[in-house]
Design a protein around this ligand. Structure first.
Ligand code: ACO
Length: 430
């Protein structure tokens, strides 16, 4: 995909629907700094974030060259230059099983002002994005969500889960490997290029990862001028015995003023390319003096750390949905990944929006490579576009969805073909 998506006109169907409500759907011209600032203020208000400073808006603006930004404007409000609804998209590679990628339409910053809620504005915006993604040839749309109740309305399903861990470090004595490499403190600047190179090096190993750089990476390093957490953020990296960086982590320490031996360590990021780096960085975090609790946000569901400490129950796990995807082109999406077992399966997919509605034969050869063709043959499996999204990366089990009444037919065969040896996971919010 080139940069032509930046200039594609707004979707005429949604534009006309909103016009009938007295609202204007428009692309925001990124070269117009005032228009961008008004959009940015509206977006942060939509997420209940603090009012943005000029410096924060200026910095944000510097990242948005490759973003397609949309606003919905209401000329009857006292501040008509500030949109009453916002969204932002860009094409981003999504890793799929088989260490491959598929182009996705990454959607972010969806807000509707509280003064304009529940009038169908978000629906108009989202459907506009889905049609624009189709026009641009993106087979899948992706997003991370504020609430898990919203995006099923638009055919998205939860494709990758994540876990928050709370670890009692007094109980969780390290029993895992003790690799011979070294952990070093580094500055954010020292991670800027090598850290992103490492993220890029491991991206294809995990279905669900979405390529990123720019604001999403700089935010992880605490480089945004309005980031309060960044003041406390520390960075370490792991170098193997030959001195090559194989992982990094960042965390904050939060004091308990009543007892200095009870600090809490919040693990913000831990990215590793080798098992040694993984063990060394987790051990470093769990053996920190004066810390009684480690909280780790957004971790993979198949993370091995529980098997590397003395007490399984010292690690409390809370699971959440994280990456949601929406399949727009069934043959292109299904042909983008590989499959665990060969076979032939007729899938019937229903989609009220129309994009993914139909029946297809999925034919997988002995190497796991698929071909997908439309068919009138009777279905082996029937499901909606939401369940197709949930199983696409090998996340949700089709057998479990069958038991939940959400997949009909030969769920066991579907499961055998779609499963992934690595659980899908996305390591960041966007
Ligand atoms: C990818 C992201 O950016 S995730 C962030 C989403 N944004 C936020 O959480 C910010 C705060 N919330 C908001 O800005 C708004 O409430 C939004 C964007 C969630 C919804 O905007 P609205 O314009 O009120 O939604 P709209 O009226 O178009 O509703 C569309 C559909 O979604 C449903 N819906 C909307 N919000 C919610 C919700 N919070 N929970 C459950 N369902 C919802 C509606 O019932 C409606 O369903 P239907 O059309 O199938 O009958």
């Amino acid at each position: 995909m080139g940069n032509d998506y930046l200039d594609m006109p707004v979707d005429p169907t949604s534009r006309d629907q909103l016009a009938a409500e007295g609202l204007r759907l428009e692309l925001v011209d990124i070269s117009d700094k005032q228009a961008f600032a008004a959009w940015s203020r509206a977006e942060s208000r939509g997420f209940h974030s603090p009012v943005q400073t000029e410096a924060a808006i200026e910095q944000r603006h510097s990242y948005f060259d490759d973003r397609r930004i949309t606003g919905v404007y209401d000329d009857s409000v006292p501040v008509p230059q500030e949109p009453v609804a916002t969204t932002m998209v860009w094409p981003a590679d999504l890793t799929v099983p088989g260490r491959r990628t598929v182009q996705s339409w990454a959607i972010s910053d969806v807000t509707v002002a509280p003064t304009h809620r529940r009038r169908g504005v978000a629906r108009a915006l989202l459907e506009a994005e889905l049609r624009t993604a189709q026009a641009h040839g993106a087979p899948i749309a992706t997003l991370t969500v504020s609430e898990s109740t919203i995006y099923g309305h638009f055919g998205f399903g939860p494709a990758a889960l994540a876990r928050d861990l709370t670890i009692d470090t007094r109980r969780a004595k390290w029993t895992g490997p003790r690799p011979a490499g070294r952990v070093h403190f580094v500055t954010a600047d020292q991670l800027l290029e090598p850290g992103l190179a490492l993220v890029e090096r491991v991206r294809l190993t995990t279905p669900g990862q979405i390529a990123y750089d720019g604001i999403l990476w700089d935010r992880q390093l605490g480089l945004m001028v309005d980031d309060e957490v960044a003041k406390k953020q520390r960075f370490v990296r792991y170098d193997d015995e030959s001195g090559r960086m194989q992982g990094f982590a960042s965390y904050t320490l939060n004091e308990n003023p009543a007892d200095f031996t009870q600090h809490r360590l919040d693990l913000l990021h831990l990215v590793t390319a080798t098992d040694d780096a993984y063990a060394a960085l987790w051990r470093f975090v769990l053996e920190m003096d004066l810390v009684s609790e480690v909280k780790a946000h957004l971790r993979p569901v198949d993370e091995p750390v529980r098997w590397m400490v003395s007490d399984f129950r010292a690690v409390k796990v809370a699971e959440l949905d994280h990456l949601w995807i929406r399949i727009l082109d069934v043959p292109a999406a299904l042909e983008a990944r590989t499959y665990a077992t060969p076979g032939r399966l007729v899938l019937s997919v229903s989609d009220p929006f129309g994009a993914a509605d139909g029946s297809w034969v999925l034919d997988v050869d002995d190497t796991g490579t698929p071909t997908v063709t439309p068919t009138d043959d009777p279905a082996d499996v029937s499901l909606t576009v939401e369940e197709l999204a949930a199983i696409y990366l090998g996340g949700a089990s089709p057998v479990m969805l069958h038991a939940a009444g959400r997949v009909r037919g030969d769920a066991a065969r579907l499961e055998a073909m779609f499963r992934s040896p690595v659980a899908p996971f996305l390591s960041h919010w966007f």
